[in-house]
Unconditional design. Structure first.
Length: 389
């Protein structure tokens, strides 16, 4: 097969990445663009401001790109018969049985009605089980009572990942189960928390830690040796930064929150990974799922799984569902491309129609829900690099 990434296009990919690299911009970037057997990787900048050069195998906090991995692991356990897609999760998660639902999501915790039905695995996969982040909670003049409770209980279900604060899974579930849902199961799309709960569900279903579920079902079969919830090789882990007045400030150092095993292995945003590990995961989905998933599971994971009603009051900001929807723990675009972004500076895009994978890893946290310019320009350059068919 002829190369589809043109030489001129590859040069432009380099330029698209390079113009965003700098001590006050993005200290370092690893970008992979692949089509067929052709794989091009750019490594630019440093793992920390004034630090050593970034490498192809540098580790990054992939944050919410953890979600598609959790989705794939869930489908693997469904194939094994350990979890039922449309079965209530009450047996494995008794903390979620007989739920109460807030009469209004911004109302007092005591003002509730009974849940209309049990929560299913599908509800968790599609983020429609009745709890999570919604735009209006961040626009409210004062914190909703349920947001305050989430913070006081140290659930980490609303906001950026913080491995050092969450309790062990059983404690987390007990605390979470003490709260009412924010919406009826299946009623609307609400971001994030479904993947937290899935990690606990899968661990209990398999009788092993969530980390071991991922290792045995996803990482070992795909050779993803560098993907985990923590690392002892902190010299490979990029320092995380966030915007501050006059430049950048450290959000997490290499010896910080991801340098020790977490009490709660977070299926929503907890993983570290490398560009080649994420490419292996992408190729598995592009080529039909072997040796991890059946083709039917891949198909289900890469199509729209929401109803119009579930999208009507969901989304992360205006227009969120204009050109995309949600499948199992990841976004699916109207073009057929799928993937998701990690708010700690990463993006992962897979386009079956163009046999294209674009992965961008940086260590600068997003400044807004929209991916930063470096992500968008590298993706645009990747498409422009494809030769006309």
């Amino acid at each position: 097969m002829a190369d589809r990434l043109t030489a001129h296009g590859v040069d432009n990919l380099h330029d698209a990445a390079a113009r965003h690299v700098g001590p006050d911009l993005v200290p370092g970037v690893v970008a992979l663009v692949a089509s067929g057997d052709q794989v091009h990787v750019e490594t630019l900048g440093t793992v920390s401001v004034s630090g050593p050069l970034v490498q192809r195998d540098s580790l990054f906090r992939i944050a919410s790109i953890t979600k598609p991995v959790t989705g794939a692991a869930t489908l693997a356990l469904i194939e094994e018969g350990l979890v039922g897609l449309d079965e209530p999760v009450d047996t494995l998660l008794p903390e979620l049985a007989s739920r109460r639902v807030l009469a209004r999501p911004d109302g007092p915790l005591e003002d509730t009605v009974p849940a209309s039905r049990p929560i299913t695995t599908r509800d968790l996969l599609t983020f429609t089980f009745g709890f999570g982040m919604v735009t209006e909670m961040f626009l409210a003049p004062k914190p909703w009572p349920v947001m305050t409770a989430v913070t006081e209980l140290r659930l980490g279900a609303i906001g950026p990942p913080d491995p050092a604060r969450k309790p062990d899974p059983d404690t987390w579930m007990a605390r979470f189960g003490s709260l009412p849902l924010m919406a009826q199961p299946g009623e609307r799309w609400m971001y994030n928390t479904g993947a937290h709960v899935l990690g606990v569900l899968l661990a209990r279903a398999a009788g092993q830690s969530f980390a071991d579920v991922l290792r045995t079902r996803i990482f070992d079969p795909l050779g993803m040796a560098d993907t985990a919830f923590w690392t002892s090789q902190t010299d490979r882990l990029a320092t995380a930064y966030q915007a501050a007045q006059g430049g950048l400030e450290v959000a997490d150092p290499p010896d910080g929150a991801w340098s020790k095993p977490p009490a709660f292995e977070d299926g929503a945003a907890g993983l570290l990974s490398t560009v080649d590990d994420l490419h292996a995961f992408a190729r598995m989905l592009l080529t039909g799922g072997a040796p991890v998933l059946a083709p039917e599971s891949v198909a289900a994971m890469t199509i729209d799984q929401l109803t119009p009603g579930q999208k009507a009051r969901g989304g992360l900001g205006p227009g969120f569902f204009d050109h995309q929807s949600w499948s199992y723990c990841q976004a699916v675009q109207d073009t057929g491309a799928f993937g998701w972004n990690g708010g700690w500076g990463t993006s992962w895009l897979v386009d079956p129609a163009n046999d294209l994978v674009v992965i961008v890893l940086t260590q600068r946290l997003f400044d807004s829900p929209e991916p930063p310019l470096v992500q968008r320009e590298i993706q645009a350059a990747a498409y422009a690099a494809l030769a006309a068919s």
